[in-house]
Design a protein. Sequence first.
Length: 476
Amino acid sequence: MTREQPGHGGRQRDPVEEFFAAHRVQVSDEPADEVTWQRIRDERRRARSGRRGAWTGALVASAAALALVVGPSLLPTADDPDVAGPGPSASEPVGPSSADDQGLPSPTAEDPTGESVPDPVVTTGQPDGALPADGRFADITTADSEPGTDSGMRYAVVMHPCETSGWCSVLADSPDGGGTWAPRADLEELGMVHRVLFTDHGRGWVWGDKAPLWTTTDGGRTWSVVDTGADYVADLSVQGDQLLATTWTYQECATGPCDLPSGSAVLTDPTDTTWTDDVAQELGPVVRAWLLDSGDVRYVLATPGDGAGVTVLRLQEGVLESTATLEECGAGPVAVTAAGGPGAGGVGWNTGLSALCDDDRGLSLRFSPNSGRTWEPANITVPSFVLGEQPPQLASVESGHLLLIGEGNYTVTTDGGQTWSDEAFLPDADAAPERLELTMFGDLIAYPTDDQASADLGYWRSEDRGLTWEVVPLHD
C-alpha cells in the first residue's frame, strides 16, 4: 500500500537526473520576470488535481522500509523499460508540469482559461487475448457487498511495461475466486493505477501514487475522476453507504528538502465525486497511512514522521476516536493488524486487534479483544525463525488467530500465541512477500515482490487461514 516500493531495488542510475536530462531539451526559455512567475503560479493553482509538492527518493524509501501490514503501493520498479522516473526532486524548482509527467491521462479538452484538462469520463476497451505475459498482479479485490455471499467474482489490477508511461495497467476479472484470470478493461488512459476496490460487480475504484482516483459504476467500462482535494489516495474502504479513505497532500516547496506530506482521513458517501469538504481528521506529517477492516469496525493507522510507532484511530458511529495507548510498546507498536474475518461458524464479526511491539525483550505481541479500548499483556514472544531484517508481516482471520510471514517462511497460531505451527515456506519464495492481504471472505493473499513475480508466480493464496498456500499463476 509495499514490501519494496517505487525507488527500491538498488538502482545504479539516478532516475530523477535521468528524468530531467531527458526533458530539459523540451523546456522553452521564458522571460525571468514577475509576470511570468505569477502566470506559472496561477496555472499551477488551477490544476485540477491540486498537486502541490514533489516526490523525494528518500521519502519513498522510508515508506517502503516501514510498510509491514498493508500499504499504499505495489508500483513496480521501472528499470526495464526505462521510464521518465518520479516527479521533480526536492532540490528542483516547482513549475508547471504536464499530465504525462504525473502519470495522468493525456488531456483532451480545454477549460475557459485555455488550459488543457483530462476528459471527465473515459471509456475503456476490453483487451484482446490473455493478460500480458510480462505483467504482475498489483492488487486484488472481492466484488460482493455482503460477507455471507461469495459469488466468486474477483477484480485485479495487472501492471505491465508499456511505452507511454513506463508501466500501464489492465483490469482483470476472475469468476472462480481468483483461480483463473482474464483481461476485462485496458486502463492505460487512467494513468499508472495500481490499486483497486470493488463493492459489487458494478461499482469500483482504481488509483495510484501517480494517478488520480477513478470510479466506475458499470464494472469498468467507463470511469470518472474523483476530486479528492489531495495529491493522492493512500487507501480506501467502503462499507454500505460510508466510504473511508486516507489521503496524502504535499506542501509547496520550490527548494528542498520538502517536508513530509500531510495525511488526512476522509469520510464520505461512496457516490460522492468531490471530497474537498469531507476530511474527518487531519493526521499530520506521515510516512504511511492506511486502513484496517474488522467486520463492522474500521481503523485508520498512520506512521507519523516523528519516529514514533503506529498510531491507531477507531471509526465509531461516524467519528474517529483514539484507541488506548500501548504503554508496553514504548514509542508505539511497529505493526498492527485486525481480526478481519467472520466469527465462529461464520456468524458475527470479530473486533480484536494484535500489535507487534519492539521492547526490551525483542519483538513480542499484545492483544486487544475490544477494538483497542484496552490491551492485554501477553507474555508471548514471536518465533525466532520468522525474524529478519524487518518485523514479520501480520494477518489475523479471527480472535486468537495470527499469521506471521518472515523472509518467505511463516507460522500460524490459533490459540492466541500459546502454540505456533512448525516453520513452513510459501511455495517458491526466496524473500519476504511484497505485502499481505485478507479478503472479506477470509482468504489470504500474499503478493510477491516485482523481483519474484513472474508468469508462473502471480501471487500466493491460502484458503485455510494461512496453514497452507498455493501459487496462482498469471496465466492458466
